[in-house]
Design a binder for this molecule. Structure first.
Ligand SMILES: [Fe+2]
Length: 496
């Protein structure tokens, strides 16, 4: 990008608009938010409670560039947004109640609104003004009665739209159906009567034709969902993984489901669940490859021990070699620590832990898998939705870090064919969240995409929505809309 453009963005998008240092001065959280908590660092905005009623629809301000004329739709996102009741802090980032955002974009305008998913956990904890339900990193109050996993469902991890229905996703319980316009909660999704409260993972895989595959994880046996384009369950089967590993994400080629068994094992699923996990690197990273047409047709592949949260997407070469991209860690540091220190506003170099590196896993038809590391430190790898399962070149991911705070500082793309990486670095004043591919009107190649995602502007204390051209992210944003307020960092989104 040219220097003047970078300078403009770095300078805080114009002095007249921002002009304030620190997290709190321009933040206008609702009355029950805790924006402006004295003594907290600016980055702690990413871990503060959202207002209990969410955010009413509010037009965001275009503060940079020209919005693409063909960018029309809604960016839905989900993430934990209840971190504190009084002086009681959430003990794990994965246990905060899910807040669903909709950023509706049309004719160059962006309008943000958000609502919490009204789960039983949310209702009872709001009424009590305290954390009660057990969770991934939370012991829970002994008075809180639990009959099924949906009694502790935080509905806080991702979102999906199937046949017009918006679903808030968690990993250990049901998806929650939501109204895609009003964001009001309808209730737990039941795919089939005998699958009520069956886990529905937060990382479903959508075929380019709209069919959806997903997993049900709750121990060493894993369920497989196949959902048709019209939202009806077409098939459900079970496979045995042998070990109860932490399965947060998985991947898929055109012909196979690839379920990764990382050596982070928990044979005792009592709360707090995280306390039961053990790192057992002697098992390595194992992968079960399941035929989509016949779940009993399986084979195993083996790679060196690594932990992971997120994959990109898999494809198969003509000779049957399977390749996929994934961010791999030497150990499961974030999962264990759960961001508890960050939720309290604490950060030391020790919190930084082990970096995740964008890696390609190559599984030959015989023999062990190979890991090809790119050296790009990042998370939230994403691909063009039209190429899921197919041979492709491009991965986008948030990247970069700074020793002074948690969170990413940039956006990168990597081309697996040419080996070329491109990056835009926002600098220390912005925390970068997941960016999604949105195909441009008319184009069909992977570079014919916009990349859209939120960025927390720490200098101004507000959240921004940025759009990049996937053809060259190092040119910097195409446009930026800015809210008058910030919202907490989230996990995942979808474009509809
Ligand atoms: Fe995830």
């Amino acid at each position: 990008m040219d220097l003047s453009r970078r300078h403009f963005i770095e300078a805080g998008l114009g002095a007249g608009m921002v002009g304030t240092l620190g997290a709190c001065a321009t933040n206008t959280h609702g009355a029950d938010g805790i924006a402006g908590a004295p003594g907290q660092p600016a980055w702690h905005l990413g871990y503060q409670n959202a207002p209990s009623n969410g955010f009413e629809p509010e037009a965001m301000k275009l503060v940079f560039g020209k919005p693409p004329a063909d960018l029309r739709g809604s960016l839905y996102r989900n993430g934990p947004a209840q971190f504190q009741y009084g002086d009681q802090y959430a003990s794990h980032w994965f246990d905060g109640d899910g807040l669903i955002h909709r950023i509706a974009i049309e004719d160059g305008q962006a309008v943000h609104k958000a609502r919490f998913v009204e789960t039983r956990k949310r209702r009872e904890e709001q009424a009590a003004g305290a954390f009660l339900a057990p969770g991934f990193g939370t012991l829970g109050d002994e008075s809180y009665y639990v009959e099924s996993s949906d009694d502790v469902n935080a509905a806080n991890t991702s979102v999906m739209v199937v046949d017009g229905e918006l679903l808030a996703l968690w990993e250990a319980g049901s998806a929650f159906a939501m109204d895609a316009e009003s964001l009001e909660t309808k209730g737990p999704k039941v795919w089939r009567d005998d699958l009520k409260a069956m886990p529905f993972l937060a990382h479903p895989k959508v075929e380019p034709d709209g069919r959806v595959w997903n997993l049900a994880v709750g121990g060493s046996r894993v369920g497989i969902y196949l959902i048709g384009k019209s939202g009806e369950l077409e098939d459900f089967g079970m496979v045995d993984m042998g070990r109860a590993a932490y399965i947060h994400d998985w991947t898929m080629s055109e012909r196979h489901l690839i379920i990764l068994v990382q050596p982070w094992i928990n044979e005792n699923l009592r709360p707090p669940v995280v306390a039961g996990f053990e790192w057992q690197p002697q098992h390595g990273l194992q992968m079960l490859i399941v035929d989509k047409d016949d779940f009993t047709n399986q084979r195993w592949a083996q790679a060196p021990a690594r932990a992971f949260f997120h994959t990109g997407s898999a494809w198969e070469e003509n000779d049957g070699t399977i390749k996929f991209d994934v961010v791999l860690y030497k150990e499961p540091v974030l999962g264990v620590g759960g961001g508890a220190a960050e939720i309290r506003g604490e950060w030391t170099a020790a919190n930084a832990g082990v970096d995740g590196v964008l890696t390609q896993v190559v599984i030959p038809t015989n023999g062990d898998a190979r890991l090809i590391e790119t050296g790009i430190v990042g998370e939230f790898p994403q691909v063009d939705p039209r190429y899921r399962g197919k041979q492709r070149q491009l991965t986008a991911l948030v990247s970069g870090s700074t020793p002074n705070r948690p969170g990413a500082t940039g956006l990168s793309t990597h081309n697996w064919m040419t080996g070329e990486s491109r990056q835009f670095e926002f600098g220390a004043n912005r925390m970068v969240e997941e960016f999604l591919f949105v195909p441009k009107a008319g184009g069909s190649s992977e570079t014919d995409n916009w990349l859209i995602g939120p960025v927390l502007n720490l200098k101004a204390g507000v959240t921004e929505i940025c759009v990049f051209d996937a053809a060259n992210v190092s040119d910097g944003p195409v446009c930026i809309w800015q809210a008058d307020y910030s919202w907490p960092l989230g996990f995942h989104g979808t474009w509809a």
